[in-house]
Design a protein around this ligand. Structure first.
Ligand code: SAH
Length: 233
């Protein structure tokens, strides 16, 4: 997928950006491919695939949600997906990227500086150890971070009451949702529905599962990572 096709798809969905936004995406793509030669950032580096599987995939989050003027947290951002792309798309929102792998932030710092994205913040550390951010975010996102019950246990405490939690998943999303019923109840979340897309060139399914934090999270969550993983809710 090239820039023209990405622009056309987004504009057909009412998602409009100025040319400077697309120039920055192009630079992001170049830097990603360049840095990936030295550091394992992503398996997807070919420009066509970056535009479709990274940029389009992340920007589709904007189709059904108003994320302007929000505090957004992206858990396990890796090379910045979806968090950095959202920061670029939502200049009035404050986006915090969280990852436990310190060296990924060398790349993210470079993107922030070169693309001039002042509204992005970095938190180097473990997502389950962010007590200082309890009840702080309007939206918590993740893609490729963890199985659904694990993500929900880590994300729920970080979201504000009535905040949203968004899990970007693939074709197995419905199965994952069934397996997370207990976690949804225990964490006092409400499942709000799914946004489904077919990526047009590779034909892969993308499903965004949306949850609202409708009750305050009990203090015992999140548990230690070992317990979260060994005994998921
Ligand atoms: N969201 C990106 C990267 C997914 S890979 C994308 O979709 O391309 C998962 C990332 O989560 C890795 O960068 C890893 O370092 C990070 N991660 C895994 N467990 C974590 C934890 N407990 N806290 C913070 N980051 C974690």
């Amino acid at each position: 997928m090239d820039e023209a096709k990405l622009t056309a798809i987004l504009e057909s969905k009412g998602i409009i950006f100025p040319p400077s936004f697309y120039s920055k995406l192009s630079l992001y793509c170049e830097l990603l491919s360049d840095w990936n030669k030295r550091m394992n950032l992503t398996a997807i580096t070919e420009a066509d695939a970056v535009y479709e599987k990274h940029f389009l995939d992340c920007l589709l989050l904007l189709e059904n949600h108003d994320f302007a003027n929000k505090r957004i947290c992206d858990l396990g951002s890796g090379a910045g997906f979806p968090g950095m792309v959202l920061a670029l798309a939502l200049p009035d929102s404050e986006i915090t990227l969280v990852d436990s792998t310190k060296k990924k932030f060398l790349f993210l710092e470079e993107i922030k500086k070169t693309l001039q994205i002042p509204n992005v913040k970095f938190h180097i550390g473990r997502a389950e150890e962010m007590d200082c951010f309890r009840d702080y975010f309007d939206v918590v996102t993740c893609r490729g971070f963890a199985a659904l019950p694990i993500f929900l246990e880590v994300a729920a405490p970080l979201a504000k009451l009535n905040g949203l939690i968004v899990a970007m998943k693939g074709a197995k999303a419905d199965e994952e949702l069934l397996g997370a019923k207990n976690a949804i109840r225990a964490l006092r979340l409400t499942y709000k529905g799914a946004d489904r897309f077919l990526l047009p060139e590779c034909g892969e399914t993308r499903v965004e599962l949306i949850f609202a934090k409708t009750g305050s999270t009990e203090r015992k969550y999140p548990r230690l990572w070992k317990d979260i993983v060994e005994r998921p809710l």
